[in-house]
Design a protein around this ligand. Structure first.
Ligand SMILES: [Zn+2]
Length: 164
């Protein structure tokens, strides 16, 4: 396994539409393993293949219990609404307020090509929406209602330190 470089906002690859995965081969498995390692190293919740420069419809989301590998994912059901803080590994140091559905069900293939469904609530539902948008070349910054100010960011980092 190897760490991959995470592309940052401004890199044109992040604005491109990713292609479906058709081969569930070793190359895909290496990509997935590398993405898992890269996500853990960055302490993120989710990562999409275009963020590491691969324009394929591959997303991983860490639910806290397991890492879901979502290949060719689609949202099949969504309900409710949540308004909350969102950040992106490709937009370091920035956080914005984004409205998302509160419960999201996705249908995707696993690394062997088998279809399955996964449901997420709260943060996980948010991650599903956020990561799937990467596959169509969109960043959350396009839909953020506003971004945290420098003071709000400092207050947030301070709270984190107090919790630790
Ligand atoms: Zn992102």
């Amino acid at each position: 396994m190897a760490l991959r470089t995470i592309l940052v906002e401004g890199n044109p690859t992040l604005n491109k539409v990713s292609r479906p995965v058709v081969k569930f081969d070793d190359r895909l498995h290496v990509l997935l393993d590398d993405m898992v390692e890269t996500l853990r190293d960055a302490n993120g919740v989710g990562l999409a293949a275009p963020q590491v420069g691969i324009l394929r419809r591959v997303v991983i989301v860490d639910t806290g219990e397991e890492i879901l590998e979502l290949i060719n994912p689609q949202i099949v059901e969504q309900s409710g609404e949540q308004v909350g803080l969102e950040g992106c590994l490709s937009v370091p140091g920035k956080y914005g307020i984004v409205t998302r559905p509160n419960v999201v069900k996705v249908r995707a293939q696993d690394r062997e090509g088998l279809w399955y469904e996964a449901e997420g609530e709260g943060l996980i539902a948010r991650a599903f929406c956020h990561e799937l948008e990467h596959l169509d070349g969109h960043l959350y910054t396009e839909k953020a209602e506003r971004f945290l100010t420098q003071e709000e960011l400092e207050a947030m980092y301070q709270e984190d330190e107090e919790e630790e």
